[in-house]
Design a protein. Structure first.
Length: 230
């Protein structure tokens, strides 16, 4: 079975489409680089906990810094999360246009009668800001962002997908998730839904295949096309 056949099969069986945000819809840190944000958050952490900050400075992933902050101290985690949310909102304002093919995929999902939710480890605030500024609100029924104060419930935990399915009044097994990271594939499988790996960087297709993604594509336009025929 070809990649296109797999994509058609997965989408034909999906009544609700979950889109991860960073990647499939928006390159969140295209204008404000993630390593810069991670360093800013680590500096905030350093003013309160030098041991945790030393760990944080070793990563260029803002989400990982958030995990480290919460592991160190609940109140410190909250402060870092507020700063991360503010940085994400700032980042999407300078992130540029939606991912190529994303708007077409959202439109195709709606035209096919399928509902759409965005399920993200980024804050709901930044997703909603981007959706509003690019006029995508008509295509998206729900936005499920990072569980505030509970980073352990982010993907790969299935909690966000199960929550999204409940909010959409849909059995999670009738949904599929389009995501560009292994955590998306893992969360989808843990929730009992199918996963479409968006391989937007070299080697991701191989990684997604190893993780047993149900379908893999390197172009969101392929999703749009498949949704019109599935």
């Amino acid at each position: 079975m070809t990649h296109d056949d797999q994509l058609l099969l997965v989408l034909a069986n999906a009544r609700v489409i979950f889109f991860d945000f960073d990647g499939p819809v928006c390159d969140v840190f295209a204008g404000l680089p993630a390593p810069q944000v991670a360093k800013q958050l680590s500096a905030l952490l350093a003013s309160h906990d030098s041991v945790a900050a030393a760990r944080a400075y070793e990563t260029d992933d803002p989400i990982e810094v958030l995990h480290i902050a919460y592991e160190a101290n609940l109140e410190l985690g909250r402060q870092v999360e507020l700063a991360l949310t503010a940085a994400e909102v700032e980042a999407v304002a300078v992130a540029g246009p939606p991912t190529a093919g994303a708007v077409e995929a959202l439109q195709a999902a709606n035209l096919s009668g399928r509902a759409v939710a965005v399920v993200s480890n980024n804050s709901a605030e930044c997703v909603e800001r981007f959706v509003e500024s690019h006029g995508l609100g008509d295509y998206i029924s729900k936005v499920i962002g990072r569980p505030t104060g509970q980073p352990h419930l982010m993907k790969p935990n299935p909690f966000p997908l199960i929550t999204a399915a409940e909010l959409m009044y849909m059995d999670v097994t009738n949904c599929t998730l389009i995501g560009d990271s292994l955590t998306d594939i893992q969360a989808a499988h843990a929730a009992g839904t199918t996963a479409i790996g968006y391989a937007n960087k070299p080697r991701k297709a191989e990684l997604f295949a190893e993780a047993q993604a149900d379908a893999i594509t390197d172009d969101m336009q392929n999703i749009a096309h498949a949704l019109t025929t599935a």
